[in-house]
Design a protein around this ligand. Structure first.
Ligand code: SF4
Ligand code: SF4
Length: 288
């Protein structure tokens, strides 16, 4: 079971929910937590893993061998990311746009492209004190594209068949979120009852609908803002799976590195019930 936790913007409570869920499910099967927020991963602050493995993340960047290149332009045609351009008879490579997909190399009829490994960050993994497998990607600050390192993080190790995999998505509604959600069985959309929360939730709903992934909504900081989020959810018959209150006690606990269920232990059962509900939904093969 792969559950992604996403929100249209940062600071909505995505990691609060993801780490709380991971800790609530440790007796339900092996729990794997993948922190895909590779520009600012912070799940480790709450789960406190002991990192035992570190590998470099690289992408292969094409290098054109001018002595073999016939300037046919096939590589430029197949590159979906505009990382290659033909100027006169010369093929130019723009490494910062390259996703390392290898398509140009595969399609070059002359074998004129070499692939040079380009480091883009590191992947780290280890176990938490509760036995949760935790892994994260750390994108090098100057690297512009998070999607390749997210893809590599998801392939770093293969979870057991009965694992509960929790994918903590980056904030926003960009391709890095799409890359994280790819392959998920269910998406938990964390929102808050504010105009920004509603706006970002609508964006995320558009993405999960396009990707055909069922989803449910978590309302964080319940009690603040206005009722527009609730009205929207009612009108669209969108299920609210859990509400997390606006609470000074919780805010102070999270700031000190405590998890949701350490500060509010009663939420352990609420999260377990939510997981059971999702499992039942998935097993029934319904769509949201
Ligand atoms: S496909 Fe190969 S031969 Fe054709 S332009 Fe590109 S590098 Fe040169
Ligand atoms: S590896 Fe992929 S993204 Fe990079 S230049 Fe080649 S086709 Fe474009």
């Amino acid at each position: 079971m792969k559950i992604a936790i996403a929100s249209g913007k940062g600071g909505t409570g995505k990691t609060t929910l993801a780490t709380g869920l991971a800790l609530s499910l440790i007796d339900q099967g092996p729990v794997w937590y993948l922190d895909c927020d590779v520009e600012a991963p912070n799940g480790h602050l709450f789960l406190k893993p002991d990192f035992s493995r570190q590998v470099q993340a690289v992408i292969p960047i094409p290098q054109i061998q001018s002595e073999r290149c016939t300037s046919c332009g096939r590589c430029v045609e197949v590159c979906q990311f505009h990382a290659l351009a033909k100027v006169g008879k010369k093929i130019l490579v723009f490494p910062q746009l390259c996703h390392g997909c290898g398509s140009c190399t595969w399609n070059c009829p002359e074998g004129a492209i070499l692939e040079i490994p380009n480091p883009i960050g590191v992947l780290e993994s280890g176990l938490t004190p509760e036995g949760i497998y935790y892994s994260r990607g750390l994108l090098t600050v100057s690297e512009p594209m998070p999607t390749p390192i997210i893809r590599q993080l998801k392939r770093l190790e293969t979870p057991p068949a009965d694992a509960i995999v929790i994918l903590d998505a980056p904030p926003g509604a960009s391709c890095s979120v799409v890359e994280t959600l790819r392959g998920a069985d269910y998406v938990l959309l964390v929102s808050e009852p504010t105009p920004f929360g509603l706006h970002d939730l609508k964006q995320m709903l558009g993405i999960v609908t396009d990707m055909g992934i069922p989803s449910g909504v978590i309302i964080n900081r319940d009690g603040i803002g206005d009722d527009r989020l609730e009205s929207f959810l009612d009108q669209n018959s969108l299920p609210v799976l859990l509400r997390i209150p606006f609470s000074k006690e919780l805010a102070m606990g999270l700031a000190a590195g405590d998890s949701l269920i350490r500060v509010l232990p009663e939420y352990r059962q609420g999260l377990r019930n939510m997981y059971a509900q999702i499992l039942e939904f998935i097993n029934q093969g319904k769509t949201s």
